[in-house]
Ligand binder design. Sequence first.
Ligand code: HEM
Length: 454
Amino acid sequence: MAKTFTTATAPGAFPLLGHTLQLRRGPLKFLTSLSTLGDLVEVRLGPCRAYVLCDPALTYQVLLDDRTFDKGGPFYDKGRQVLGNGLVTCSHRDHRRQRRLIQPAFQRDRVVSYSAVMGKQVMSLIESWRHGQVIDVLAEMHALTINVTARTLFAGKIDASHVALIRNSMEVITCGVTRRVMLPATVLEKLPMRANRRFEYARRSLRQLTRQLIADYRRAGVDHGDLFSVLLTAGDTNGCGLTDDEIDDQVLTLFLAAVETMATTLSWVWHLLGSHPKIQTELHTEVDTVLNGRTADHADIARLGVTGRVITESLRLWPPGWLFTRTTRSETELAGRPLPAGTTLFFSPYLLHHRADLYPDPDRFDPDRWLPENVGPLSRGAMLPFGAGARKCIGDMLGIAEASIALATIASRWQLDPISGVDVRPTTGRAVLAPRPLHMRLQQRQPLREQRRA
Ligand code: HEM
């Protein structure tokens, strides 16, 4: 029998502000508190009503109907102004065409070749590490994922100076995007302030590089086996390919979508392993047995069971994408409640992943939940680190493959130990959920092969 969904109104709204303070000061606590109230919970953002989806099936229903529940509303409108009309920000009207053109870049054989880039880049990162050194884990993982994304996108033509330009530009753009999307006053963005000048310069530099690469690739006329080659040739046969402006938007979109999510996923994993030594030992045993000291490649992933479960459980506990919005394109009804066109809905993977009825003891890091014998019939929508439906992450397979290769290869050589007395907290400042501050001490490990030889 189909479930009857319940609705409720969140208590504690302040006059004029509504629930804005709760959402700003303690968003995770506030969101998880809502799931005890009902399946669809009304909140106030200032004077406006919005709804938080608290039930997995209801969330899934909304994500499957991307025509009615579209990307739009103030955040996406602003995002489009800043980032252009790429795959993340575009509305349903443009989405099908864009996704059809870009999807071939994420086919399995391509993912296998991109994964090799991760192996190489991980090795060059860890070769620079020293035993006993304290590292800023988020910064290191960020540098790694920028390198990997740049070389996956532009394998054919990229050199170290390009990567440096991309790294510097993306740092400024990522901070600027978050600030601009949150800022209501567009006029502030036009003022000749230093932050605005830096943002414009970074955006222009990245655009110039993309244009230069478009020209170089077209001149060479070969498929370099990278993402950019697919973007350039997409739809060529029927003449509806991406324009140079669209390619430019997609490049920025892919960088923004891939780098922060991957860097925070890996950072959470290190933090969780550092505070769960028993699980870390299990992981070390696995990587020593499977890899025996070599760099992991795509073919290893199927044999890296503990590695995969650690990543899945980390994505459950700390999904980098923790809060998203949708807007109703037309008048509709949800959970028996009529919603006018233009209503804002929130869905939160974090909220769903912390429901005690779906995950007993939900705050506990327990990779064994994902052992085949322990995975019960999970309801659809219960595990959404990559979203669902037509707008599901296009890089999900790539993300998992790259994270597995990075984790296994690093763990076979290094142990990352927590620094005592440091309170690592989830922060939501740069749109993704990130552990901060996360400094850890490096301890060199001897892979099994060398231990046996000694
Ligand atoms: C562990 C890493 C990642 C996580 C947790 C993640 C998470 C997500 C989520 C939750 C969405 C859906 C957002 C929504 O429904 O509003 C999404 C969309 C997207 N992601 Fe990822 N992502 C990851 C890695 C990547 C990578 C590696 C790429 C590209 C190289 C990528 C590119 C995109 C794009 C382009 C979209 C928009 C898809 C569409 O609307 O058709 N992501 N991601």
